[in-house]
Design a protein around this ligand. Structure first.
Ligand code: HEC
Length: 160
């Protein structure tokens, strides 16, 4: 009787340790797949399709159909403002974490995304689009990036 008790109690700590490792591993995996603070997943086909539709409706006029941005997008317009940049890999959208891109789409180029008083042609879409719609736009944009760029930008998003 006493022997059985000793045996049982020596297995328990190992079992608990194994469960703990599994739980931690699972939590890390979930975090890696979906970085905290972002709900844009370029691997989610339904989300990308929804984003594509919205892009055609709200963004294509300026950022253009292949996400290539306006011609000479790095040169200031006569108005003194910047043209619409590409969202494909030739632009700098992928330099920013998802949380910043989300904020720019919702609020436009206002602080903290640009200096106070900065003048820009990028509209604020917060009044027209739901959070879920903005995330799907980002999923669509991100789906145009190579796996390497996606991984790099996902790291930035995770660290933000
Ligand atoms: C009326 C033209 C116009 C429309 C419509 C528009 N944008 Fe823009 N967007 C711009 C311009 C111009 C800039 C660059 C602003 C600047 O640098 O001053 C910009 C910048 C951005 C940036 C920042 C990119 C970076 O690298 O810093 C994001 C993200 C963005 N737009 C997303 C969108 C999305 C998503 C839509 C559709 C929901 C959209 N834009 C619709 C003109 C537009």
């Amino acid at each position: 009787m006493a022997r059985a008790t000793t045996k049982g109690s020596s297995i328990m700590p190992w079992l608990l340790a194994a469960l703990l490792v599994l739980a931690l591993g699972g939590a890390l995996l979930v975090q890696w797949l979906a970085p905290a603070g972002s709900k844009a997943n370029p691997q989610d086909a339904a989300q990308v399709t929804a984003g594509k539709q919205l892009y055609g409706q709200y963004c294509v006029a300026c950022h253009l159909e292949r996400l290539q941005g306006q011609p000479n997008w790095e040169k200031r317009l006569p108005s003194g403002r910047m043209p619409a940049p590409p969202h494909d890999e030739s632009g700098h959208t992928w330099h920013h974490p998802d949380q910043v891109l989300f904020g720019i789409i919702r609020s436009g180029l206002v602080p903290p995304y640009a200096p106070a008083g900065y003048e820009s042609d990028m509209p604020a879409f917060g009044g027209q689009l739901s959070d879920a719609q903005v995330w799907s736009l980002l999923a669509f944009i991100k789906s145009h990036w190579s796996p390497k760029i996606q991984a790099w930008q996902q790291d930035k998003t995770r660290q933000y």
